[in-house]
Design a protein around this ligand. Structure first.
Ligand code: HEC
Length: 131
């Protein structure tokens, strides 16, 4: 798939698809995404609210899964984030991103300077996660 993204006509003679200009990491992510796509999750994805798609993108772009588990995926260095809304208030979570150690002494979580929109989408996404 990645070879095809890079040089469509070399893999499919006569293909009029233009080469996709992305980094290797982005091509890997795109291929992994397409391999996981099926009728059920494609419908869910299409119907996902904008905040969920945007919030999940902020989560992925900041590599939060190197320390957290969401829906069973990730590394358990910090607490799993499903059910967050039962444990913390929205203002606590937003303040925590700016300075984790201020609210959780000795926290190893780095601080995140997010734009107001990214912060809003990320927090809304995390609060919408099922328990
Ligand atoms: C280097 C590891 C690390 C990274 C990267 C990291 N975290 Fe954390 N996170 C932790 C640890 C450890 C805690 C528990 C201590 C604390 O509250 O700060 C935590 C706590 C949290 C909490 C509070 C959870 C609760 O149940 O109280 C939230 C929410 C959170 N992280 C979200 C995120 C998000 C979203 C990202 C990415 C933008 C992220 N973290 C990146 C390590 C990390």
């Amino acid at each position: 798939m990645i070879q095809h993204f890079k040089r469509p006509a070399a893999m499919r003679p006569g293909s009029s698809m233009p080469p996709i200009q992305l980094s290797d990491a982005q091509l890997n992510s795109l291929a992994a995404f397409l391999l996981k796509l099926n009728m059920d999750n494609a419908t869910a994805l299409e119907n996902a609210p904008e905040f969920a798609t945007q919030g999940a993108l902020v989560y992925t772009a900041n590599h939060c899964s190197t320390c957290h588990v969401v829906n069973g995926v990730g590394v358990k260095i910090g607490p799993p984030l499903n059910g967050l809304s039962k444990r913390q208030s929205r203002s606590w979570v937003e303040e925590h991103f700016a300075d984790p150690a201020k609210l959780s002494p000795d926290s190893i979580m780095p601080a995140y300077k997010l734009s107001p929109k990214d912060l809003d989408n990320l927090t809304t996404y995390l609060f919408a996660l099922p328990e």
